[in-house]
Write a protein that binds this ligand. Structure first.
Ligand SMILES: *[C@@H]1O[C@H](CO)[C@@H](O)[C@H](O)[C@H]1NC(C)=O
Ligand SMILES: *[C@@H]1O[C@H](CO)[C@@H](O)[C@H](O)[C@H]1NC(C)=O
Ligand SMILES: *[C@@H]1O[C@H](CO)[C@@H](O)[C@H](O)[C@H]1NC(C)=O
Ligand SMILES: *[C@@H]1O[C@H](CO)[C@@H](O)[C@H](O)[C@H]1NC(C)=O
Ligand SMILES: *[C@@H]1O[C@H](CO)[C@@H](O)[C@H](O)[C@H]1NC(C)=O
Ligand SMILES: *[C@@H]1O[C@H](CO)[C@@H](O)[C@H](O)[C@H]1NC(C)=O
Length: 489
């Protein structure tokens, strides 16, 4: 028989194929003359295997379209800059312009606490004759006709829930026509009083700029930092910026730009780090704003606004704290492999901070823009775009109603800020570990205080624990970089 033959019919060709084919399976599938059951079984098997094949393809493709990444880790050891460090004394000042309103607020708080708990706190909590701070930067601002509102008084509410009597404390917020009201309540009266105070405080402070530059008023404002050393050398005045924050008080940022070779990290270890002796005295200019005693410290990247409320940690008075840091770097691929932004230019949210892009700065800016759109004024703790105003219930009586609802929506991820703000593609993270010891010890405290008194303007005769020491150092100069790389390409 020849290689190519012409067959009279399909039947003939089929028989020829069955006799000569070298494909094993098909012979059984199509040609076995026996009963009908066996080919049917083979056909079923073929279909099943085709289905499996299709399923496998689908799996592989879906994996491919998910853009999986592998993480590679590498160690680097080139010399690098010490991070920026911000310390704040948690003790905002009573500026002259608002001191009268703050005194009124303290009296209102005192009445509320007496009303709720029946104790008279005025002698213990407030010393109303606090020195007023006059600052040149505020000289041109005149006191607006601000009036504290009595509309938001603290109330105790009790309700029956699952047979038990619960009591909560809160205050009432209404929209501008008063048709829609809710109570901002807390099960702990302490939280309610703090939030209530903070709410009034925001309205009072709306008269002042958010960040007050007090660098030219060093002589008027008591220092936070008694002593500062880096790598064994005393810090120079050009090494820090000094500002005032309405909640965190007097703040210093060391090495904020990260360009001065003075701050290059040369060696790991405690002697080569930043060592600070801080005033942690509780002057309590505004005692109801924060109930924490001590100093807040945050370690962050250069040119980055410190968000102390999220990432700062507290240093106790009378304690020496050593903070070891280790740097990690994360590099994300971006594009199809997960949204990230190189420099924030491609993000839809207009950043209100003058620093480099961070997720937190984007979220705050996004919230502030939403707030301006929906409530008509800006949240005090975030910066404003040009021409906008901070909220003040004299001008926007319903802003509290609007703000607390909006803030809840942000927290529950119902605002689309989390979708609008991608992570940065390249991020430096600082891992910190801390140890503490009592400082100065009972035996050494006399001479330590004496030495501070002579050199650093320390001026306390009390034996109260009012100083703290912080040392921040690199545990190792090597840093790990995590890179994403495509798994499939
Ligand atoms: C609390 O006590 C001070 C003096 O101790 C007194 O002047 C003030 O009126 C008292 N306040 C209330 C609400 O009882
Ligand atoms: C305050 O106003 C005066 C003139 O009215 C001006 O010379 C001065 O620079 C202003 N100061 C500040 C801190 O804005
Ligand atoms: C206040 O709430 C009531 C009831 O929901 C509503 O009818 C009214 O329009 C609201 N006022 C404003 C100014 O939104
Ligand atoms: C923001 O940065 C620009 C340019 O660096 C500067 O002119 C401006 O004063 C800064 N604004 C603030 C609020 O720091
Ligand atoms: C307080 O309530 C009164 C009457 O309900 C209203 O006229 C006034 O505008 C409110 N003041 C503020 C600051 O909300
Ligand atoms: C230091 O203490 C003395 C006496 O206690 C006091 O007169 C002086 O004003 C204090 N100086 C400062 C800067 O607090």
């Amino acid at each position: 028989e020849g290689l190519i033959e012409f067959h009279g019919s399909f039947q003939e060709m089929f028989e020829f194929f069955c006799k000569h084919s070298t494909i094993h399976g098909t012979v059984r599938l199509l040609c076995s003359g026996g009963g009908r059951a066996r080919p049917a079984l083979w056909r079923l098997l073929l279909l099943a295997s085709l289905a499996m094949l299709y399923w496998q393809f689908a799996l592989i493709f879906s994996q491919f379209w998910a853009y999986p990444v592998v993480l590679t880790m590498s160690m680097h050891s080139e010399p690098k800059m010490f991070p920026a460090v911000t310390v704040c004394n948690l003790d905002p000042y009573r500026f002259e312009l608002v001191s009268e309103h703050l005194a009124q607020l303290d009296r209102m708080a005192e009445e509320s606490i007496t009303f709720l708990y029946g104790i008279n706190t005025s002698a213990r909590l407030f010393h109303l004759k606090d020195r007023k701070i006059h600052v040149q930067a505020l000289a041109n601002l005149s006191s607006s006709g601000f009036k504290l509102s009595q509309n938001f008084s603290l109330l105790r509410m009790s309700d029956l829930r699952s047979g038990k009597k619960h009591s909560s404390v809160g205050f009432r917020l209404c929209n501008s026509t008063g048709g829609n009201c809710f109570f901002k309540t807390y099960s702990s009266g302490m939280d309610a009083i703090l939030e209530w105070y903070r709410f009034h405080y925001m309205n009072i402070m709306a008269q002042l700029p958010l960040i007050i530059d007090i660098s030219q008023h060093e002589e008027q404002i008591e220092d936070v930092v008694y002593s500062c050393q880096y790598d064994g050398e005393p810090c120079r005045p050009s090494d820090y910026v000094h500002f005032h924050h309405p909640v965190f008080g007097s703040c210093y940022t060391f090495n904020s730009k990260g360009t001065d070779p003075f701050w290059t990290a040369t060696k790991p270890g405690i002697p080569y780090g930043l060592s600070l002796i801080l005033r942690a005295e509780q002057k309590d200019h505004i005692p109801l704003l924060s109930t924490v005693a001590g100093v807040k410290v945050m370690i962050h990247n250069h040119n980055q606004t410190p968000f102390l409320e999220h990432e700062g940690f507290d240093i106790r008075p009378g304690i020496a704290t050593t903070i070891g840091i280790q740097q990690d770097e994360v590099n994300r691929l971006g594009g199809n492999y997960g949204k990230c932004t190189r420099d924030g230019d491609d993000v839809a949210v207009e950043l209100l901070y003058n620093s480099s892009y961070t997720l937190q700065a984007c979220l705050h800016s996004c919230f502030q823009h939403t707030m301006l759109r929906e409530c008509g004024c800006g949240y005090l703790y975030y910066p404003l775009p040009a021409g906008a105003q901070h909220c003040d219930y004299n001008k926007h009586p319903a802003w509290g109603h609007c703000f607390y609802q909006l803030y809840n929506r942000l927290r529950n991820h119902h605002l689309n800020c989390f979708q609008q703000c991608p992570k940065p593609c390249r991020e430096s993270l600082y891992k910190v570990s801390a140890g503490t010891a009592k400082w100065p010890s009972a035996k050494s405290q006399d001479w330590v205080r004496q030495a501070l008194r002579h050199q650093n303007g320390y001026n306390s005769t009390s034996s109260r624990r009012d100083i703290a020491k912080v040392t921040i150092f690199y545990q190792q100069l090597n840093y790990q970089a995590v890179h994403e790389a495509p798994l499939l390409s």
